[in-house]
Design a protein around this ligand. Structure first.
Ligand code: NI
Length: 182
């Protein structure tokens, strides 16, 4: 089981490195890691479990955040109370994106950033992402709103980019009025 201490902080230089393409078949180690990442995010979003295990709630995790420089991430989305949709995507590519841009009103969060942050990150309201599942089958996700933001945030991690890298410290709410808040 993963704990918060297993998740790399932004102070660790690994978090800023680009990850490498995954080759199939997936190793047992990676398969196990993906399942543990999903378990971690799920437990972190169940308040009693999060409190019991002292987990910070999170919706997405990339392999690099566990110190594995491979191009995969998971997103666990609570679409209804206690109901979760799991997304796993390996070697992802963004194959289409909406013109419309949105941002998280209260600012994004990241399990690798353990300090208060200010500012907003404009993201595409809808994207299509293509990649592979754990068995190497091609998959395509069309996602919108908060899930689309999570996908773009995690995709950035695979290129060593943190959401804070996308915020201008001199003008953290730049062009806010041009985008829709969610
Ligand atoms: Ni993050």
């Amino acid at each position: 089981m993963l704990r918060d201490k297993d998740i790399i902080d932004e102070k660790n230089p690994i978090i800023h490195k680009p990850s490498k393409e995954v080759t199939f078949p997936l190793s047992d180690k990676d398969r196990k890691m993906i399942n543990e990442m999903i378990e971690h995010l799920t437990l972190s979003q169940i308040p009693e479990k999060a409190e019991e295990l002292n987990l910070r709630p999170g919706m997405g995790l990339s392999a690099v955040q566990i110190g594995i420089l491979k191009r995969y991430f998971v997103v666990v989305y609570e679409y209804d109370e206690g109901q979760f949709e799991n997304y796993i995507i390996i070697n992802p590519r963004i194959t289409s994106e909406s013109k419309e841009m949105i941002y998280v009103e209260e600012g994004e969060g990241c399990l690798s950033i353990n300090r208060p942050t200010v500012g907003i990150v404009p993201r595409h309201a809808r994207i299509t992402m293509e990649g592979f599942d754990m068995d190497g089958n091609p998959i395509k996700y069309r996602v919108r709103e908060d899930v689309a933001i999570a996908f773009q945030h995690e995709f950035d991690h695979l290129n060593g980019i943190l959401f804070t890298d996308r915020i201008d410290p001199k003008n953290p709410y730049k062009d806010k009025d041009k985008y829709r808040s969610i």
